[in-house]
Design a protein around this ligand. Structure first.
Ligand SMILES: [Zn+2]
Ligand SMILES: [Zn+2]
Length: 494
């Protein structure tokens, strides 16, 4: 294969340890393997206090009802219970594993500082406010960079580089290092400082403040309706304000946490909860935010938006020829019955994003892709989504978004399928990689699935074993530079 720049992970919560009040995710991303000890101090004996983790394993279909009984807490040196593909609350981006991913061809990472205040309150954490949590994660990324630099002999020498311009990203990728873009993904961007009645000037001051802190990628909207617009009705925490309890829009097990006015849009292909979608698009302040981000060449993320908000963003950015990104996307045209929510991109949206020079990165664990029972969320379902994006956008780069440390779960192993033989050769670096290790535990993708970030090279090579041709793999293997090109277009169009 002719040289490729490496692959990109466009959604990785490396520092989510500092999100949700700091009491949900166990284990520091900066720790050496030996320092990743038992989670008992936070998760309690048998992990019984890890309610978010134990509960979400059921809600997100990564585990069974027995998850509620807790989990083994031991960590280093033999990591008997975590990290695992189905685990959501233990560090999945440990430092040594991230380095292995870089050795195997990972060259660009988008690191959204993430938060959800509800989870922070439920776990009685400190600093659970959205922007306090974001600030901690942005700072942690800079400290991590400084630590890796110090190990490598001084400032600028390490393999982990936060990049502030597309030129820096290009140079970093060319040097075989990891280019890291800082991002924010919280429910209330800029926190209580900005409300529906804030002025454009007040908003601009906040955008400038975070731009100065290094943020180059932004989620205007996350899990709830905010000052900027309407979120996607897409999880059991979403609730239709104008439909009755126990209705099509509010079925049993949905909870009135994040409320919104909805309309049924079955004619547009949606069928999740009776096809209900958020009635609200962007607010005037949301339109101002999009304009401010465009003026600064910042990358705008359209995932998590309601369909109307996304349509508004595509209209505003489309008119300016400005690219946008869907960094952990799922696709409506592939989803099973009852799964077609407005979080998922329609083919028309994918095409529009491509026309504007943007990027659609399928989420690594494609849970909405229809497949019999246990076969959901495997390498095969990722490949189905990847191929669909390739059909729709034959000339675009196609990275993936892992959502590691982000309550997503990773692709599971699928015994009986074509195995990856170890050692394998990275199609990016040519390096021979044997089974990766954390402490004394060996990880094998055939048995473990994607247990942590260090297994991304194994995952990419497994896709090649699954019949992904070199030509078809190229948009992924070269997605690091491809993503930078989209960023360059944003900077040029500003
Ligand atoms: Zn635990
Ligand atoms: Zn996320």
């Amino acid at each position: 294969m002719s040289p490729v720049s490496g692959f990109a992970d466009t959604h990785n919560h490396q520092f989510a340890r500092f999100a949700f009040g700091g009491r949900v995710l166990w284990g520091s991303a900066a720790a050496a393997d030996a320092e990743l000890g038992s989670c008992r101090p936070e998760h309690g004996p048998h992990g019984l206090f890890d309610l978010p983790g134990n509960l979400s394993r059921i809600l997100l279909r990564t585990g069974s009802i027995t998850s509620l009984l807790g989990h083994r807490t031991d960590g280093a040196p033999d990591f008997p219970a975590w990290p695992r593909w189905h685990d959501l609350t233990h560090q999945a981006v440990p430092r040594s594993a991230l380095k292995r991913a870089v050795d195997g061809g990972l060259r660009l990472l988008v690191m959204p500082a993430v938060n959800n205040e509800l989870l922070g309150r439920l776990t009685r954490g400190a600093h659970y406010h959205d922007m306090a949590a974001a600030d901690l994660q942005l700072r942690a990324a800079k400290q991590f960079e400084a630590m890796i630099d110090a190990e490598a002999g001084g400032p600028g020498r390490g393999w982990y580089r936060i990049v502030y311009t597309p030129e820096q990203a290009r140079r970093t990728i060319g040097e075989g290092k990891l280019a890291v873009m800082l991002s924010i993904e919280v429910d209330g961007l800029f926190g209580d400082v900005i409300g529906p009645h804030s002025t454009a000037g007040e908003l601009e001051a906040q955008v400038d403040r975070y731009h100065a802190m290094g943020v180059r990628h932004v989620f205007p909207i996350h899990l709830k309706n905010c000052a900027y617009g309407g979120t996607a009705l897409a999880t059991s925490l979403h609730w239709s304000r104008n439909s009755g309890p126990v209705s099509k829009a509010n079925p049993p097990l949905s909870l009135p946490v994040y409320r919104m006015t909805t309309v049924a849009r079955t004619a547009d292909g949606y069928d999740y909860r009776g096809g209900h979608c958020n009635a609200d698009g962007l607010t005037p302040l949301g339109e101002t935010l999009i304009r401010l981000l465009m003026e600064r060449g910042m990358v705008i993320e359209v995932d998590h938006m309601g369909a109307r908000s996304r349509a508004d963003v595509l209209r505003l950015t489309g008119a300016a020829g400005y690219p946008v990104v869907a960094g952990h996307a799922e696709l409506l045209s592939l989803a099973g019955r009852g799964e077609r929510s407005e979080f998922l991109l329609t083919d028309a949206e994918v095409t529009a994003i491509g026309r504007q020079g943007g990027v659609v990165a399928p989420k690594l664990r494609q849970l909405s892709v229809a497949a019999p029972g246990g076969l959901r969320g495997t390498a095969a379902t990722f490949l189905t989504a990847y191929r669909r994006v390739r059909e729709l956008l034959p000339d675009a780069p196609i990275p993936f978004g892992t959502d590691l440390n982000g309550f997503a779960g990773m692709p599971r192993p699928r015994p009986g399928e074509v195995p990856l033989d170890y050692p394998f050769t990275s199609p990016v670096t040519g390096a021979a990689l044997d089974r990766g290790r954390l402490g004394s535990r060996e990880f094998d993708i055939n048995a473990d699935g994607v247990a942590h970030v260090g297994m991304l090279p194994d995952f990419v090579s497994l896709l090649l074993r699954h019949g992904l041709s070199e030509e078809d793999a190229r948009p992924m293997l070269d997605s690091a530079l491809g993503y930078v090109r989209a960023w360059e277009r944003a900077v040029e169009a500003r």
